[in-house]
Design a protein. Structure first.
Length: 158
């Protein structure tokens, strides 16, 4: 069992950059002066729940479905007239590609967020979602199960 625990712990200590390499670093983004309607339409078309708000190449905020629901729908605003910059979240938690999977999970849990921008300096390098992290953990658990099965069955190398 120590082998399985060590394998799972090792996977959580891996860097978030590994996930970005697997999923790719392309990110949909929107400027602050776009309408909320444009942003929500893009998010719906792309099947994403949040979008980084950029000024040039610098991250200045995030717009999520939660922002839309709380700051447009509940306040009776018009999404075609409201600008992204008026409702975006500006205090954005970020990580670097060197952050560990475990650190990202803890940060997302503590901040109650589902999308985490990964930055390289002041440049946006990518976004990881809670779904990306859950899939990574499931993959790690599957590997651990396979190692334990091989170990118990006697075919484990070593």
């Amino acid at each position: 069992m120590a082998i399985a625990a060590a394998a799972a712990r090792t996977r959580l200590e891996e860097r978030i950059g590994v996930i970005l390499q697997e999923k790719g670093e392309s990110v949909w983004s929107i400027p602050a002066d776009a309408s909320v309607y444009t942003a929500i339409k893009m998010m719906a078309d792309q099947g994403i729940g949040a979008v980084p708000v950029l000024e040039g190449s610098q991250l200045i905020g995030m717009l999520s479905e939660r922002d839309y629901a709380r700051k447009v729908v509940l306040e009776g605003r018009n999404s075609r007239e409201t600008l992204v910059g008026d409702i975006m979240t500006t205090s954005v938690a970020t990580v670097t590609a060197e952050s560990t999977i475990d650190e990202c999970m803890r940060l997302m849990t503590a901040k109650r967020i589902r999308h985490l921008p990964v930055v390289r300096g002041e440049q946006l390098a990518g976004i990881v979602s809670i779904g990306d992290l859950v899939n990574w953990i499931i993959s790690a658990q599957q590997e651990t199960i396979e190692h334990l099965t091989s170990y118990i069955g006697g075919s484990y190398p070593g």
